[in-house]
Design a protein around this ligand. Sequence first.
Ligand code: NAD
Ligand code: UGA
Length: 456
Amino acid sequence: MEFQKNIICIGAGYVGGTTMAVIAAKCPHCRVTAVDVDADRIALWNSGNLPIYEPGLDDVIRKARGKNLFFSTDIDGAIRGADIIFVSVSTPTKSFGEGEGMAADLQYWEKTARRIGESACGDTIVVEKSTFPVRTAFAMERILSTMNSGNRFQVLSNPEFLAEGSAVRDLEEPDRVLIGSHDGPEAVAARDELVALYENWVPREKIITSNIWSAELSKLAANAFLAQRVSSINAISVFCEKTEADVTEVARAVGMDNRIGSKFLNASLGFGGSCFKKDVLSLVYLCRCYGLHEVAEYWNWVVRMNEYQKNRFVQTMLGAMFNTLAGKKVALFGFAFKADTGDTRETPAADVARSLLAEHAEITITDPKAIENARRDLAGLPVTFTPDPYEAASGSDAVAVVTDWSLYKTLDYEKIFQSMNKPSFVFDGRNILDHSRLFEIGFNVFPIGKVSLVHF
Ligand code: NAD
Ligand code: UGA
């Protein structure tokens, strides 16, 4: 079949793979290819066992793969034939040198820019899909124009706002699609081409355009605002525990104000995931680079509050269990950074596991989708894994709910109680369980931001 457009994405990770799958499904007139340096990952994308778990993704891939959706390691070949190149490579926090622990590590992006410069033929639109520091497009344009002066490149910023666990739905029905460009006629023509691509399934009023620096900054700002809400409600949760206020009641009352809204007000043991901490710290670093120290400090507290909340969770366990965890058995319910994903990047569960091990507790981890990643993350540490929550809890002193999987709400807690050492404890780091019922069964219950229910 003759395709009207050839679209590629460099970086076939959570974002690249999922985004390309949805574009292919929605645009049968386009040939869509996701390429990556990681041959194992590409092999999995081409198999029946996808490299990531994402509800609904199997179905989308099955329908498009081999027709207009392809996964390949031939990066240069893909670049040569591309009309539009999305760049969705990793931008982790830098772990060395200037900006270590804060700035975004741009080495993967820079290598990609050079590769595009080497291999591109004809006029090409390059779309920043990864989350980049503000003004990254400037460097991309410089590299491309010096390396490949024979062709014209238009660089656009089109940050991705999908959340894991709901990525397919977020891509199919986004709150908005943001496209940033310069304002010369060629840049505007490129922008309109990308707008037209999204118009295949997104209503035009949801596709917004802006200047390119606004688009880059909007992505960092959106993640900073979301993370800030979680840190704000978590800060209130500490206060609730001291005053017998209930954080769920406070969140409901606060969230019913239309100006505030009810989403992202679930107190927890802390936010995780590959992006919140990384992007807030990237913003903090950028603010410092521009000499905006008060602004930097303001955002830095979003991350500091999160660290405090994660530490507090283990401190509560230690205090409740008579100030010693040595030799005690703890079952961690969940290891993924949130429900409906197998992703464990920056999961609070890893901090909890390490802190418990430092107290010489014995831990068993259960999770419906993240056990493989948990094994890799905690390699070499004395941890037991099982997919069965009943087995994890059996013989333990405490259950700690770390991930908000709904399956944990409906377990038979009578049976779990019978199988545990006494006194038995539940630490609900997600406030998803029926605390009064657990207390009636005999558990000592420690939620987040609520009065604890204790039998002694
Ligand atoms: P990821 O690590 O899952 O995927 C990145 C992929 O890029 C990897 O498969 C890696 O092998 C590949 N890669 C690295 N260097 C390469 C190169 N030179 N050439 C070709 N491939 C290369 O990361 P992700 O979660 O998909 O995130 C990608 C970007 O999207 C990041 O900037 C992230 O901040 C942003 N983002 C992520 C999410 C999310 O939910 N994960 C949501 C929105 C935005
Ligand atoms: C987040 C954003 O929601 C996306 O818009 C963004 O595109 C993405 O980061 C990114 O840039 O990577 P994600 O990290 O996948 O998506 O998941 P979220 O639903 O935002 O949850 C992040 C963390 O906050 C999780 O650990 C979650 O459990 C926690 N959380 C969330 C709470 O503790 N309380 C809440 O009320 C909401």
